[in-house]
Design a protein around this ligand. Structure first.
Ligand code: 3EB
Length: 348
């Protein structure tokens, strides 16, 4: 189906329009975490991701693409990840895709419901999302989130669901190679529910976007076949229009999990991996202005696979992150059974 089922124009204010037209205005994607009760009005919101206990399918809620992801427990209260718009928003729904554009960015989400084997459905979900992104003129994917229920469980064929999912995703990236401009920063992580929730933000073809690897880690798209028939498609970080998006990062050196069973060791290696990734030496490959340290991280999601490790991980993180950094702790499975912690973040 090519024609949108529904088009909504929100926040059409002349001032926003003038902002959009004036090239000196900031174009970075503004993201924040909101707790219940802190809710801002719908004007100038591109999309909302609700982190809650049960999850719900992507929908247009008062014209705002909204999805609920089953990620929280009693230790982490519900919160929302809010993507602000930089101008008037056009939102729509097309097949399973729910999306919004503001002239600078596209937010798009799609759910793959629970099934025996994910490969074909994952390929189709990505394929339809890439078709929409390129047709609307946002072929520069900046950051993707892949939230995979039962990530380390087996599918009906006895293949781990993460590997099954990666196969379909890799097929879609291969199909769109050259038209979808790059492989972006991403997170691939478990949930406390079923099925797969995908969401991403994308920019215009002329957006200033650089993708980055980590010298301590094998590029994920070069992982050997022992981790699955098709390697995962993601970069370690994306630097776009002033924002650094840091992919989910774990205790992996080269392609191997290190400090198996040792949460303290895994937290330290994860933090060292991020510190190296964002260092002046590594970021210098793509920009002249120098790098960052762990104190610069914000909008941090710390995924912990064993609930009992959360107090330790929290205290270690509080030592290294800035006191005003926004941090959430989510008790979910990670894509390898031997990984105990994974951390994603941004520098805005
Ligand atoms: C890793 O380094 C940990 O499949 O999209 C991190 C970030 C991980 C993204 C993905 C997986 C993904 O391999 C896992």
């Amino acid at each position: 189906m090519r024609e949108p089922e529904l088009l909504l124009l929100r926040g059409f204010r002349m001032s926003a329009f003038v902002d959009l037209l004036s090239s000196s205005k900031k174009v970075r994607q503004d993201i924040r975490f909101e707790r219940p009760g802190e809710q801002s009005e719908t004007e100038n919101i591109l999309a909302r991701v609700v982190f809650e206990k049960s999850g719900f399918a992507p929908e247009l809620h008062k014209g705002v693409p909204t999805l609920g992801v089953p990620m929280t427990t009693d230790t982490e209260p519900e919160f929302q990840e809010v993507f602000a718009a930089s101008g008037p928003v056009v939102a729509g729904r097309e097949g399973g895709l729910v999306y919004a554009v503001d002239g600078r960015h596209l937010f798009c989400t799609v759910q793959v419901t629970e099934r025996d084997v994910y490969r074909d459905a994952a390929r189709i979900a990505y394929d339809s999302a890439f078709e929409l992104a390129t047709r609307l003129g946002y072929p520069n994917i900046l950051r993707m989130w892949n939230l995979v229920g039962g990530i380390i469980d087996d599918n009906a064929d006895g293949m781990e669901i993460y590997r099954d999912f990666c196969s379909g995703r890799a097929e879609a990236f291969a199909l769109w190679s050259g038209r979808i401009l790059h492989i972006p920063a991403a997170t691939g992580i478990g949930t406390r529910g079923d099925g797969v929730y995908l969401y991403f933000i994308a920019g215009r073809a002329d957006a200033d976007v650089h993708h980055l690897e980590n010298p301590r880690q094998t590029p994920a798209y070069h992982y050997p076949e022992s981790y699955g028939p098709k390697a995962p498609n993601f970069a370690r970080a994306t630097f776009a229009e002033g924002t650094l998006y840091i992919s989910g990062t774990a205790s992996i050196i080269g392609d191997e999990t290190v400090h198996k069973g040792d949460i303290a060791g895994q937290v330290d290696v994860t933090l060292e991996n991020i510190a190296t990734l964002i260092s002046t030496e590594n970021l210098g490959k793509i920009r002249a202005e120098g790098g960052y340290t762990l104190r610069d991280l914000d909008l941090i999601k710390v995924y912990v696979s064993r609930a009992e490790d959360i107090p330790f991980v929290r205290s270690r993180c509080e030592e290294v992150f800035a006191p005003d950094a926004r941090v959430v702790y989510l008790n979910v499975d990670i894509c390898r059974p031997d990984l105990l912690v994974e951390i994603e973040a941004m520098v805005q």
